[in-house]
Design a protein around this ligand. Structure first.
Ligand code: NAP
Length: 332
């Protein structure tokens, strides 16, 4: 038997969902570890300003992440930096393998979020980090007074596109349809911004450059099929996420939607008993900080309830401790 670190609950991923699950598990006084490969915060760390988290008119992603992490640690949760490579079942428990040892837990809460989706077009990989980016907060300042393309029509593209106008001369917001998926308030803000030019019903088919730097994108009008080039030095790709669900091997079937997001019941339990999913990794209508923390609260509370029931099963409560005998149960 391997020498595992033993916990009641293991949380995989340290974004808002993971940190909230940690807070609730910690407050319930169950032995909890949160495994995160980077700094705690997840996508909060790529978000400059948050204005839609109740109670905060305005807070930076970094500050909210720090507050959430501090709060979880205050209630006794262990935050460990570890890259989870696999999870398997062993008896009634789950073994979580990481690059730095293994962990044994009764319950797992998966809050590992997702990775930015790729366009899969020529030039995207070649110019990654040399003009192609998935993070306006991280890279925007490198494009001062330049012209850049932002690709996508969801919340991220609209929000990050407007954020980039702090630095750049012009943002071409390139979207494959004429309707946006993003919230109306974000679309309004982009339309009002003089530095943003909408390029609709258009897809990018290639990113071209020279001397290791992006110089232009090739555009195709989806209605007419007409091609043209647009000179830009930066290409910010915000076309959604792929969930991080690769931890279980192919013999374990975790029910998921057509895009790979995990399907749960109303307690956030996946199709694998004892494994919960919360936040961006879960199949749901929207992916907000508020929905992530809500999911995680439900998951942690249910896991704690099941953990207590499991412990009582192991050491049955003496009959006389059940309290006064219910008259309806008296036989004869
Ligand atoms: P998203 O909502 O899935 O939007 C992806 C966008 O990219 C869509 O407009 C989609 O077009 C487009 N797209 C997808 N694949 C494409 C491709 N191959 N080529 C060109 N365009 C493509 O993703 P997101 O904006 O990253 O947001 C992810 C989640 O985080 C969402 O639930 C969002 O609400 C949330 N989020 C919230 C905030 C906020 O509230 N402040 C900020 C950021 C993100 P179609 O519309 O045609 O499908």
């Amino acid at each position: 038997m391997e020498n595992h670190h033993q916990y009641d609950i293991a949380i995989i991923g340290g974004g808002p969902a993971g940190l909230t699950a940690a807070l609730y598990a910690g407050r319930a006084r169950v032995k909890t570890v949160l495994l995160e490969r980077g700094a705690p915060g997840g996508q909060l760390l790529n978000t400059e300003a948050i204005e839609d988290y109740p109670g905060f008119d305005h807070i930076t992603g970094t500050e909210l992440a720090q507050r959430m992490a501090d709060q979880a640690v205050k209630f006794g949760v262990e935050l460990k930096t570890a890259n989870v490579t696999s999870i398997r079942r062993e008896g009634g428990k789950k073994v979580i393998q990481t690059d730095d040892g293994s962990f044994l837990a009764d319950f797992v809460i998966l809050t590992a979020g997702g990775e930015p989706k790729k366009l899969g077009i020529p030039g995207e990989k070649e110019f990654q980090g040399r003009g192609v980016s998935q993070c306006a907060v991280c890279d925007g300042a490198f494009f001062k007074e330049e012209e850049v393309a932002v690709i996508g029509g969801g919340d991220a593209a609209l929000e990050e596109g407007v954020f980039l106008t702090r630095y750049v001369k012009k943002v071409y917001l390139i979207h494959r349809r004429s309707q946006f998926r993003a919230q109306a308030i974000l679309v309004e803000a982009a339309k009002k911004n003089a530095k943003v030019e909408m390029v609709l019903n258009t897809v990018v088919t290639e990113i071209r450059g020279g001397d290791g730097q992006v110089r232009e994108v090739v555009l195709k009008d989806v209605d007419s099929g007409q091609m043209r080039t647009l000179p830009v030095t930066g290409v910010f790709v915000f076309i959604g996420f792929q969930p991080n669900v690769q931890f279980f091997d192919h013999r374990e079937h975790l029910e998921h939607d057509p895009l790979g997001f995990l399907v749960t019941d109303s307690t956030m339990q996946t199709s694998l008993p004892g494994v919960y999913a919360a936040g961006d990794v879960r199949a749901q209508l929207t992916r907000q900080i508020t929905t992530a923390v809500g999911d995680a609260t439900t998951a942690a509370i249910d896991a704690v309830k099941k953990l207590e029931a499991k412990k009582h099963e192991a050491t049955p409560i003496p009959v006389d401790l059940y309290g006064p005998t219910r008259p309806d149960l008296i036989v004869g």
